[in-house]
Write a protein that binds this ligand. Structure first.
Ligand SMILES: *Cc1c(COP(=O)(O)O)cnc(C)c1O
Length: 393
């Protein structure tokens, strides 16, 4: 395979015809008006991106910023990464693309969820490149896309979005005969089991993707998400698409996480109270105290995206918080706006102190494990009521 330089012609794109869009103002209540402070470390996101970008050889490293940059904030994350050298971003929806465009006028922005019927207007106005994932989308873009560039999504085994292999061959033929109606700027596919390196599906998808890629010799190719970017080598092709690893989530469930943590969440203690052994705590009375217990009531709940399943009961212990450097278990269910923790061992505390729910060694993946989910869901659920602080370069 020909190795490509960073200046590869394959990655040269027509300039997006961007309209002027004003970024929306984020609602950011003051600490006095909010239950918790969420700190997003943009320096750590940039360091994570640089670490990944340094490991992908001649490929380039894009950044996936869908779902409000995994809860971290498109308006803040995109300019930080653009300043560090990222020039290609992936979002899921047109609305996210427009937000990214407002803060990154020169970037290449791909919309992963493709082209909803009639949406060519938005794509063209925002200078967004749809990732076309079906023959219907390809035909609509050929007619309404004004010849603009777009990516082609090939399904190699996930059965979610993308052309099947026969359709890809048909499109390749049209492209070779200059009858496609637009210039594909990228062919891409997505791995179903990248976080399980031992899964046989990975090699199957890689072989299928290589075969399709050979049909589009003049088009850049992209396969790798965070986990596959980490493995570098075979998976990287011309462009990598990491998401979760940028935000400090673990690329692999089973291995130590090499990424820097990005978010921390400090929740205000709004009450301290003592409860006797034998009492229960919270909705459903699911946890009975086995000793006299000092409880701290935190002003954060599932309405803030702190997942309800991370709560605790007599049958199943839940997540923890850190207070004065001590691990303090959650007690009882997570309420909509409140959480109780056991601070009996945490030393002197006063009303208004903070408890750390994420950070100081509590990772998003740890919280996720207690809630029977993945770090992605913890991040993308991060609430809208928090006082937000951004650590900038
Ligand atoms: C979300 C997404 C990514 C990023 O995946 P991570 O596992 O977060 O790195 C890459 N490609 C596609 C198509 C995606 O939907």
């Amino acid at each position: 395979m020909v190795s490509l330089t960073r200046e590869s012609a394959r990655l040269t794109l027509p300039q997006p015809r961007s309209t002027t869009v004003t970024p929306p103002q984020r609602f950011n209540p003051s600490p006095l008006e909010s239950g918790a402070t969420l700190t997003v470390d943009l320096q750590a996101i940039v360091a994570n991106w640089r670490m990944l970008a340094a490991g992908v050889g001649t490929a380039r490293c894009a950044a996936v910023v869908k779902a409000d940059a995994y809860g971290c904030g498109i308006e803040e994350v995109v300019p930080a990464l653009a300043a560090a050298g990222a020039d290609t971003f992936f979002v899921a929806h047109g609305s996210e693309g427009i937000r990214a465009r407002a803060v990154a006028p020169d970037a290449t922005i791909y919309v992963l969820n493709g082209l909803p019927p009639g949406a060519s207007v938005t794509m063209l106005a925002g200078g967004l490149l749809p990732v076309l994932g079906s023959m219907a989308e390809i035909e609509e873009w050929a007619q309404q896309g004004e010849g603009g560039a777009a990516a082609l999504h090939i399904d190699t085994g996930m059965n979610r979005l993308g052309l099947n292999l026969e359709e890809a061959a048909v499109v390749a033929k049209r492209h070779a005969q200059a009858q496609l109606g637009f210039q594909p700027s990228l062919i891409m596919s997505h791995l179903a089991c990248a976080d399980e390196p031992e899964s046989p599906l990975n090699a199957i998808q890689l072989a299928r993707f290589r075969a399709v890629r050979a049909l589009f010799p003049d088009v850049a190719a992209s396969l790798a998400n965070s986990a596959a970017t980490h493995q570098s080598g075979d998976w990287c092709f011309d462009l990598c698409r990491p998401g979760i690893a940028l935000y400090g989530g673990t690329p692999y469930a089973s291995l130590p996480n090499p990424m820097l943590p990005v978010v921390s969440l400090a929740s205000r203690i709004i009450q301290l109270r003592d409860a006797a052994a034998g009492e229960t705590v919270g909705y459903g009375a699911r946890q009975r105290l086995t000793r006299p217990t000092r409880l701290a009531i935190l002003s954060t709940g599932y309405a803030d995206g702190y997942l309800r399943l991370a709560g605790s009961s007599d049958d199943r212990s839940g997540a923890e918080a850190i207070v004065n450097g001590k691990r303090c278990p959650l007690v009882g269910r997570v309420s909509m706006d409140l959480i109780a923790i056991d601070v009996t061992e945490a030393g002197a505390l006063t009303r208004g102190d903070y408890a750390c729910l994420i950070g100081q060694g509590i990772t998003v993946d740890e919280v996720a494990a207690h809630a029977e989910t993945i770090g992605y869901e913890v991040l993308t659920s991060l609430g809208k009521r928090y006082h937000r602080v951004y650590v900038r370069a």
